[in-house]
Design a protein around this ligand. Sequence first.
Ligand SMILES: NC(=O)c1ccc[n+]([C@@H]2O[C@H](COP(=O)([O-])OP(=O)(O)OC[C@H]3O[C@@H](n4cnc5c(N)ncnc54)[C@H](OP(=O)(O)O)[C@@H]3O)[C@@H](O)[C@H]2O)c1
Length: 272
Amino acid sequence: MLSDETVAVIGAGNIGRALIGGMISSELIDAEHVIATRRTASALDEMAEEFPGLRTTTDNVAAVQDASLILLTIKPQSRAEVITNIRDHVGRDVLVISVLAGITTERLQLGFGQDQPVIRAMPNTPALVDAGATALSAGTYATDEHLENAQSIFEAVGDAVVVPEEHMDAVTGLSGSGPAYVYMFIEALTDAGVKQGMSRTDASKLAAQTVYGAAKLAIDTGKHPAILRDEVTTPGGTAIAAVSSLEEHGLRTMLINAVGTATQRSEALNEE
Ligand SMILES: NC(=O)c1ccc[n+]([C@@H]2O[C@H](COP(=O)([O-])OP(=O)(O)OC[C@H]3O[C@@H](n4cnc5c(N)ncnc54)[C@H](OP(=O)(O)O)[C@@H]3O)[C@@H](O)[C@H]2O)c1
């Protein structure tokens, strides 16, 4: 689908590298048509070795001059410096896809020039193992074809949905930041096993696999989580005793508030 494109990945760190790997391994694009940048030349050399044919450079301007599609995967803090540096070298018809947390399509359009086609994407780190969850929103000048191309890139590393942009800060709080909450859950579950006398190795393996398996069951069956939970809770049994304890301590409220706080932080990033 991207066979006619030349893609520049500006800031090929965790997310950028995952997207490069996904695009190449799913044969969305040949490695020769991708150019990756970051400031550390040795890290770029390693990437070029990992993906034979991939072009790399520490020069963002050189990278975008050739590109018909730009993936902006730098940190939000580097945004102003990088955009100022490249904007005059980006063609008006070039699609810019940004994964920068909190940065609106309006902000991106202002940065690149009012009529630039831009798409805001919010992936998450499971994209590193092709199990990412990404939400996408198109800017004013992005076409349906642009959106399809963007979706195909993120579907190469997991699942991708298009959402109204007003929901993007909530997405950042939910799935963008969500892996952090799940890791805390796995860690706590592991500690719980250790407290009951299990070895940390056994407890950690069972905790992670339980989270993975429960998520897979929810996705594969499409069943409501409450129904799946009911299937685990035997009357008078162990699971319902634990569920009652979690309810007593406000697990749901805690998560709802945590996502709310992350959403507010994402909103604030656009103003910085
Ligand atoms: N991590 C997440 O969970 C997650 C989830 C959703 C969205 N995001 C978004 O994804 C973006 C990247 O996150 P990440 O976790 O992939 O961060 P990362 O691993 O730190 O990647 C950012 C990369 O940008 C490079 N860089 C910094 N300044 C640069 C410059 N002037 N020119 C070219 N490259 C430059 C850095 O490499 P050098 O130091 O070698 O230059 C680094 O490899 C962020 O905007 C974040 O909001 C992240």
